[in-house]
Design a protein around this ligand. Structure first.
Ligand code: GDP
Ligand code: MG
Length: 177
């Protein structure tokens, strides 16, 4: 413990995965900075942001990683997954193909991480109800089958974004404490 103050410290790595343009970078910027960018370009270089929350009176920091656009090549490197204790697997509720990719992302995640990773299936862009193409039931059903938490979010209007990250972080805390 580098701190040496006797206080307990928690730092958890969380990764965000899913197809291109599902809203991964905007979910992170909404959570970490309360910002949304309608014209976001693919991220250059591996990026993470750290966000703190309090659980049981303890400061817990989550280091949340964004893919740097690697997902366009349908895979991200093992360094990205290394040490991850939590993951958000994101699809876009208006594009069924991104929902079909979830099982592939899950498989990649599970081949790089150990089994106790806290996982949340995230159906993003729920503000676009008028062009929805994946039902809430389909999302729920996949989450149940795969043993994942499930939430629909909107990085645009901030619906459930904090909640999705916080559920994952609390679950990690539960797993390690
Ligand atoms: P990434 O490639 O998965 O990191 O996706 P981005 O965060 O770059 O978002 C891709 C596009 O979707 C951008 O044009 C965003 O503005 C848009 N977007 C992201 N989240 C939402 C959302 O919740 N609702 C809507 N309507 N658009 C979103
Ligand atoms: Mg991105």
């Amino acid at each position: 413990d580098e701190e040496g103050s006797g206080g307990e410290e928690y730092l958890f790595k969380v990764v965000i995965i899913g197809d291109s343009a599902v809203g991964k970078s905007n979910l992170l910027s909404r959570y970490a900075r309360n910002e949304f960018n309608p014209h976001s370009k693919a991220t250059i270089g591996v990026e993470f942001q750290t966000q703190s929350m309090e659980i049981d009176g303890k400061e817990v920091r989550a280091q949340i990683w964004d893919t740097a656009g690697q997902e366009r090549f349908r895979a991200v490197t093992s360094a990205y997954y290394r040490g991850a204790l939590g993951a958000l697997i994101v699809y876009d509720i208006t594009r069924p193909i991104t929902f079909q990719s979830v099982s592939r992302w899950l498989h990649e995640l599970q081949s790089h991480c150990d089994t106790s990773v806290a996982m949340m299936l995230v159906g993003n862009k729920c503000d676009l109800e008028n062009i929805r193409s994946v039902s809430v039931e389909e999302g729920k059903s996949m989450a149940e089958t795969e043993g994942l938490f499930f939430m629909e979010t909107s990085a645009l209007d901030a619906t459930n974004v904090n909640k999705a990250f916080e559920i994952v972080i609390k679950e990690i805390y539960k797993n390690v404490s």
